[in-house]
Design a protein around this ligand. Sequence first.
Ligand SMILES: Nc1ncnc2c1ncn2[C@@H]1O[C@H](COP(=O)(O)OP(=O)(O)OP(=O)(O)O)[C@@H](O)[C@H]1O
Ligand SMILES: O=C(O)C1=C[C@@H](O)[C@@H](O)[C@H](O)C1
Ligand SMILES: [Mg+2]
Length: 172
Amino acid sequence: MKKIVLLGYMGCGKSTIAQNLSKLTEIPFLDLDVCIEKKANLSIKEIFEQHGEIYFRKLEHEMFLELLQSPENYIIGLGGGTPCYANNHLLLQNQDLVSIYLKASIDTLYNRLVHNKSKRPLIADMNEEEMKEFIAKHLFDRSFYYNHAQFKVVVDDKTVEETVEDILKILA
Ligand SMILES: Nc1ncnc2c1ncn2[C@@H]1O[C@H](COP(=O)(O)OP(=O)(O)OP(=O)(O)O)[C@@H](O)[C@H]1O
Ligand SMILES: O=C(O)C1=C[C@@H](O)[C@@H](O)[C@H](O)C1
Ligand SMILES: [Mg+2]
């Protein structure tokens, strides 16, 4: 059994899908953002505010390596930006793991994030128009990194159960 790594833009459903997949497979789920928060004893928002994004990206890379090197098996939900910094995208192609990009459209992401942005420091202070433009540009820039995943699952218009089903087919 290999480690399963879920990646994709903020709001694509990494945490939600990973929790459900974990229940079905009985493989424990670790959310990279939560692991960073526990280690730093600060929320992601506080890390950004007190130490800045570059420091956060360093912690994120170190924690990703730590989880990959652990002997236990996990489903790992990455942060939205994890593949896009510190050459983390190259780690996605490691044959000791299965990496899956949860691909969501701009509209899906916008609709999910618009009422749920306060804990996400990159978009927390934007109005709705700024947010839509930001997501469009940012997703375009990030797609290069996300596309280094070994597999891709389109999540638009799917229920959580349908997306989990698609992932189980990949793992079969
Ligand atoms: N079909 C669906 N699949 C997954 N999530 C969904 C779906 N429909 C609605 N959601 C909602 O989308 C929101 C974002 O999901 P989630 O927090 O899992 O994303 P994430 O990728 O972990 O985001 P982040 O990178 O910011 O941690 C949640 O409120 C979740 O309930
Ligand atoms: O997309 C991003 O760059 C981020 C996504 C979140 O998961 C957190 O890791 C943090 O808010 C940064
Ligand atoms: Mg999450």
